[in-house]
Ligand binder design. Structure first.
Ligand code: 8E4
Ligand code: FE2
Length: 531
């Protein structure tokens, strides 16, 4: 395990200025295979002007509404640009030089100019849901949207990075928010899942479908629909959800014991300085439930009640059907304590020894394989797949108790921000997952995992802090791992502190790096946009 006594990681949590025009990147190309194409990494970029308001969750390190798009287009004209997305949250924060819209972990500051009465009434107007689209960027039809997990998604121009349009999905769908991790089929169909607090408190999780680009060029979002509704295990307390699984014929939804207290969430948040984070609570007895639904026709499989012990889940790796079983690979964090509680900037900017102490108290990461039998009958372990030790036992109460196979586990060493050869393997049997290695929550390596053999490969460099590794297949590839990994890396000590790293996905050897002389803050998720 690499140590970081110099705390160089603090640099990725600092504010940056916007780049108003592209800056040149110097390519150190160790091979001629460097692809051209746009690489939109997305994430929390902060404005330099409001550091004093910065007390927040890393996931809101973008609280400053400055979710931004960073595009480094590789090839002979390699450039890097960074534009802040002009969301309402951003524009209003800049106009008033304060946090105006409450973010996931940052409360809006009351308007100092307002008098006590208008402030009083502000409290009772309820919160304005944020459109700070800092988490991911993905295509819908021929458009590209920057997103968070609320009902607002923002259309952006992938070339100019201009902000085009704020879209409220509530106009088209009965949902309160959707995850930043949709599944996109080969034809462009977008599936996603979202909490539905509903009008009559019909609490549920709605799986939605947005069709591909339309021949008449109309907006596919206008044809969005809820395809299946899954029930919440606790009426007034739906689970937080961050992603879901999909196979050729099924949807997989893991209901974790991190719950949204709706009474708090839907109230006027009259408590001064309340944020989304204040609305969470852990159910200490629920454990974790797995739900299945069929895709065509879409239908909830009510009788398949899969149960297992408590863990936090943010990222599904992949899922696939095999011989009457659904194999579900996950990045889990053991326990019901909400992992986001450990992701405040204040924690991540601490001295290295403090960072390590905090991570000791947090839920521990583990990559796990769960196997869900479709044919339920009494008896011992129902899992008969020869290549896994995961088990499933049907109990007399009709529930199926699952025990996982551990694919990767290390003390406070997470394999997270998982990526696969998505276009080839999503929903199908596969061998390779690529991840960002979190060392006591600090991203300090890139990892490749063979999920069948558990063999791992690592790319790591002293004082380097990489981001989610995106897999880009080599055109005409025959092997699953024939391609490159793209990752934004920050190397605070060097004179060119930011670079796009291009790794050979087979051996994790470096093919090239495109260096820029600007610090790139921590990013979350993103996409590679083919030329
Ligand atoms: C109480 C939780 C509400 C849900 C939406 C309703 O389903 C999450 O809401 C937000 C709001 C702001 C930023 C975020 C970030 O995306 C989190 C980290 N990815 C999530
Ligand atoms: Fe995520």
């Amino acid at each position: 395990m690499m140590e970081h006594p110099a705390a160089g990681y603090r640099k990725i949590f600092e504010t940056v200025e916007e780049l108003n025009e592209p800056i040149p990147a110097e390519v150190k190309d160790f091979s001629s295979t460097l692809q051209t194409g746009e690489f939109a990494k997305h994430g929390p970029f902060m404005t330099g002007s409001l550091p004093e308001y910065l007390e927040d969750l890393i996931i809101d390190v973008c609280w400053q509404k400055t979710a931004a798009l960073l595009v480094i287009s590789a090839g002979e004209h390699t450039v890097s640009v960074c534009r802040f997305i002009r969301t309402d949250a951003y524009v209003r924060a800049m106009a008033e030089n304060r946090v105006v819209i409450t973010e996931f972990g940052t409360a809006a500051y009351p308007d100092p100019c307002k008098n006590i009465f208008s402030r009083f009434f502000t409290y009772f107007r309820g919160i304005e849901v944020t459109d700070n689209c800092l988490v991911n960027v993905y295509p819908i039809g021929e458009d590209f949207y920057a997103v968070t997990e609320t009902n607002y998604i923002t259309k952006v121009d992938p070339d100019s990075l201009e902000t085009l349009q704020k879209v409220d999905l509530c106009k088209y769908l009965s949902i309160n928010g959707v995850t930043a991790h949709p599944h996109i089929e080969a034809d462009g169909t977008v599936y996603n899942i979202g909490n539905c607090f509903g009008k009559n408190m019909s609490l549920a999780y709605n799986i939605i479908k947005i069709p591909p680009a339309q021949p008449d060029k109309s907006d596919p979002i206008e044809k969005s629909q809820v395809v299946v509704q899954l029930p919440s295990s606790e009426r007034m307390k739906p689970s937080y959800m961050h992603s879901f699984g999909i196979t050729e014929s099924y949807f997989v939804f893991v209901e974790q014991p991190v719950k949204i207290n709706l009474l708090k969430f839907l109230s006027a948040w009259s408590v001064r300085g309340a944020t989304y984070m204040d609305c969470f609570e852990s159910n200490e007895t629920l454990g974790t439930w797995f739900h299945l639904a069929t895709k065509e026709p879409a239908g909830y499989m009510k009788s398949h009640k899969y149960r297992t012990s408590a863990f936090n889940l943010f990222h599904h790796i992949n899922a696939y059907e095999d011989q009457g079983f659904i194999v579900v690979d996950l990045c889990t964090w053991k326990g019901h304590d909400f992992v986001y509680n450990y992701l405040y900037l204040a924690n991540l900017r601490e001295e290295w020894e403090e960072v390590k102490k905090a991570a000791m108290r947090a839920p521990q990461p583990e990559v796990r394989r769960y196997v869900l039998p479709l044919d339920l009958h009494r008896g011992k372990n129902l899992v008969s797949l020869p290549y896994t030790t995961a088990t499933a036992v049907l109990h007399s109460d009709g529930t199926v108790w699952l025990e996982p196979e551990v694919l990767f586990s290390g003390p406070r060493q997470a394999f997270e921000f998982p990526q696969i050869n998505y276009s080839r393997c999503c929903g199908k049997m596969y061998s390779f997952a690529y991840g960002l290695g979190l060392n006591h929550f600090i991203p300090d390596r890139i990892v490749k995992l063979n999920v069948q053999t558990k063999e791992t490969w690592v790319w790591q460099e002293e004082d380097c802090y990489p981001s989610e590794p995106l897999f880009v297949p080599t055109p005409g590839a025959t092997e699953e791992d024939e391609g490159v990994l793209l990752s934004i890396v920050v190397k605070p000590g060097s004179e060119r502190p930011g670079f796009l790293l291009v790794l050979d996905a087979m051996k994790l050897t470096e093919l090239a790096r495109a260096e820029v002389n600007t610090i790139i803050p921590v990013t979350l998720h993103g996409m590679y946009k083919p030329p």
